[in-house]
Ligand binder design. Structure first.
Ligand SMILES: [Zn+2]
Length: 432
């Protein structure tokens, strides 16, 4: 058992319990406990000026193990997650081999047990080999302990197959989360289809590629009565459809990634392939619509889509380079700077987007600081500035368009089950 910790005098923000006040938090026996019960040997950590938040939860991460460990592995990826304040991450199944069977799922679960320094929820594929032709054995995956299904990185194109997937997920109580992309309409677009793509003379992705599948998934949620979660929403049209679906009472949720909040396709001009992701960075009107969705609650969570790629892969030119950027270690600073410091969002709302929102979306444990819950806590300093330095990342990869940027908001410590995994505080040693 970790030693008891008293997090003293911090601004405790616990949106799930409606708390935003300066108070002490006791972590005892791996759980959040009543500070009045602090034992004599408790270690006091001065949190003056810091926000004491439930541990951040990331619904969208690529840890790359098994099979792509030159980009990242479970040890390096979860260390980067810890450095970013995340105590729970949902790992995507597009590994090599993909997590599309109970056997691979169990193998990866064992790797996670041995190597992860934060909690990892491993998702599994909707379709075999993420091929979109035949469903995975969803009942067997459920029996093996899978809770979340997705083909992230690809998208089932056949609506009848997706309908069957949603029905089976419903029958076995699994969450469906979807990377929305109509591959025919997308037609190999490398970045957003707009003036930047035109200027560079490269094929662009229409908004319609995303929006057609968002529309389909909303129809399927209505048809089955089973929730669908839209991953990395990126267009104003998608946000409007999700808003409308929610107003009609349909079980549709969405996440947004920090890069879609902070950047537009103009970033490609400066950062090249380090600003290439899928869905692509869009235009200012889309960026504003996504932020509006986070503000009014249509979008319940910020999810990083942490997607490490090796330098030679990202260096192969805009057309060929794989899509995606690092996300864990910049998520708080990019989101805080964009939404709170520059955008006027309240700090409790930002914390909700990183904790209670994702918790509620996939029915995960954690995300609060209520008495008796697991002692997963993130300490951060909203007043501190950071300069993004990829060389100092815990990730194996370096692909970020935020390198060198001065941002606001710094993670000071990440505590999982009462143990400080990551810390840069003088009076709290971290494990990594
Ligand atoms: Zn995706």
């Amino acid at each position: 058992m970790p030693a008891p910790l008293l997090l003293a005098n911090g601004r405790v923000i616990d949106p799930a319990n409606g708390i935003d006040e300066v108070r002490d938090i006791l972590l005892l026996g791996g759980q959040v406990a009543d500070p009045a019960q602090a034992p004599a040997n408790v270690q006091r950590v001065d949190c003056t000026g810091l926000v004491v938040s439930p541990g951040f939860i990331d619904l969208h991460a690529h840890l790359r193990e098994p099979g792509q460990t030159h980009k990242e592995d479970i040890a390096s990826g979860t260390r980067a997650a810890a450095a970013g304040g995340f105590t729970t991450v949902v790992a995507m199944p597009n590994t090599t081999p993909p997590v599309d069977s109970p056997a691979v799922f169990r193998e990866v679960a064992e790797l996670i047990r041995r190597k992860a320094v934060v909690r990892v929820v491993q998702s599994a594929c909707l379709s075999l080999n993420r091929g979109g032709r035949q469903l995975s054995d969803i009942p067997a995956l459920a029996a093996a302990g899978v809770k979340v299904l997705t083909d992230d990185g690809s998208c089932i194109q056949n609506a009848a197959l997706m309908l069957a997937a949603c029905e089976q997920a419903k029958a076995h109580g699994l969450y469906v989360i979807d990377h929305c992309e109509d591959c025919d309409v997308c037609a190999g677009g490398a970045i957003h289809r707009g003036t930047v793509a035109e200027r560079l003379g490269i094929p662009g992705q229409r908004r319609a590629a995303e929006e057609l599948i968002v529309a389909r998934d909303i129809v399927l949620a209505a048809e089955t009565g089973w929730p669908v979660h839209i991953q990395h929403i990126s267009t104003a049209g998608s946000v409007a459809m999700v808003r409308d679906a929610q107003a009609r009472g349909l079980p549709v949720t969405a996440e947004a990634s920090p890069h879609h909040l902070a950047l537009t396709d103009e970033a490609v001009l400066e950062h090249g392939a380090n600003a290439k992701m899928n869905p692509p960075l869009r235009e200012e009107s889309d960026r504003q619509a996504v932020i509006a969705g986070l503000r009014d609650g249509v979008i319940a969570c910020i999810a990083t889509d942490h997607a490490p790629h090796a330098p030679d892969e990202k260096g192969s030119g805009l057309l060929k380079a794989p899509a995606g950027i690092l996300g864990f270690e910049t998520a708080l600073a990019v989101s805080y700077t964009t939404l709170v410091h520059n955008g006027g969002l309240t700090l409790p709302r930002l914390v909700a987007l990183l904790t209670s929102g994702p918790r509620a979306t996939l029915g995960l444990p954690g995300g609060t600081l209520g008495l008796g819950v697991a002692a997963d806590v993130t300490l951060f300093d909203p007043a501190a500035t950071v300069v993004v330095s990829p060389a100092d990342s815990y990730s194996k990869s370096r692909n970020t368009p935020f390198a060198g940027q001065r941002l606001h908001g710094r993670v000071r410590a990440t505590i999982v089950g009462g143990e400080a995994v990551y810390s840069n505080l003088a009076d709290l040693p971290g494990r990594i």
